[in-house]
Design a protein around this ligand. Sequence first.
Ligand code: FCB
Length: 471
Amino acid sequence: MANDASAVFDTLSPAVSKGSLADPFTPPADSALWRKNFLLGAATASYQIEGAVNEDGRLPSIWDTFSAIPGKVLAGDTGAVACDHYHRWEADIEMLASLGLEGYRLSIAWPRVMDAAGVPNRKGLDFYKRLLNRLKEKGITTFVTLYHWDLPQHLEDRGGWLNRDTAYRFADYADLMSRELAGTVDAWVTLNEPWCSAYLGYGNGHHAPGLANDRFATQAMHHLLLAHGLAVPVLRANDPASQKGIVANIGRGTPNSDSAADQRAAHLFEVQHNAWILDPLLKGSYPQDLFELWPGTEPLVLDGDMETISAPLDFLGINYYFRTNVASDGAHGFRDVPLEGVERTQMGWEVYPDGLRDLLTGFKKTYHNLPPIYITENGMASDDQVTDGHVDDTQRISFLKRHLAAVDQAIKAGVDIRGYFLWSLMDNFEWAFGYERRFGVVHVDYSTQKRTVKHSAELVAKFLKERKARA
Ligand code: FCB
């Protein structure tokens, strides 16, 4: 039912479509969200939705390897089938369009589109061409992420992001993609969340490739940022009309007490989560406090690298999920002190919309050259069930409303925010947590691949329809 585009508005919960229920989502009349040019969309990522990992010449990625290792992913889940989007993309795009979403952020699987020698894989490229052409036909604004964590395994076998050469291979990949796809991409995102790739992948080992060493993390970060910096001019040359940016996840750290030590701990938390990425991009240097936290981990930086990394961006993508309450660990760093009695999601993450507003307004003060911002991910996981064909995801509706209000407050405080993408269009493979954690505004039944539009998506659709009607 929910796969049928025309049917979506007819399947709105009867009370909602008749307007007899107080609408728990629609923003207040003075919200910037009503501006027609504020882009509202949804996001996904290749490994989390595509499946078809052995089809049409796709090569293994580090996530195929990592998820196959017992104990690395909850319940032993892998992305082998995921949402089977590789085969169901047409219906999925219909669904996206039927919800009235105006933007779609997707990612390309690097191991699908070129081999170890750099030879293009036509079948893989054609998949993305078909997808992007269809989105263009539908008038949906496309944000295309080149790297959302599925590094080709053959590159990891040569050191992955610890090997400087991977940055140059990434620029070659960006070159191929922007030559092939120019004209169908509105905005290129070089990397998704380099913090996660560097720290979770090489610093604590919770993500692929599963290495755990702080020195590795800082070096991997440097090579990731270098990859970004090398790719930007390539994208500009091949596809001048599109926007170029990068996506950073940001974390709010608040001190557990007024003590100077706890205040310092909260500062160091934000240095590690935010300044580690934003300082090199926007100031051209790493924050020295990072090396107070991790003494002796300075990466090897060659002449010219910081200039390459800090070349101007057209936009900065921001992903925000939660805040962390921290105290001093008694040495150089911080430790988490989970707060009692606060609202949490299925991930255990605290719901804290003010963190998004405060970080954004803080960045505007810290970085005088802060580019225009898109919120490229925000959302939450809940244990959603389908009952009588409906999914009542009450907590998500409230979560989205409050976070959009935080975005509105940041806009009113002068931050240039141009759009917001829900994470995620549909439930999918949530990395180390597998399929148990449901982040979608559309429910996926993994045994049948049936999609069911959740109540949150119905309300977003209703709002977008109203906004369109007023324009
Ligand atoms: C972000 C990732 C995204 C998704 C959300 C919940 O860190 O970019 O793929 O897993 O978290």
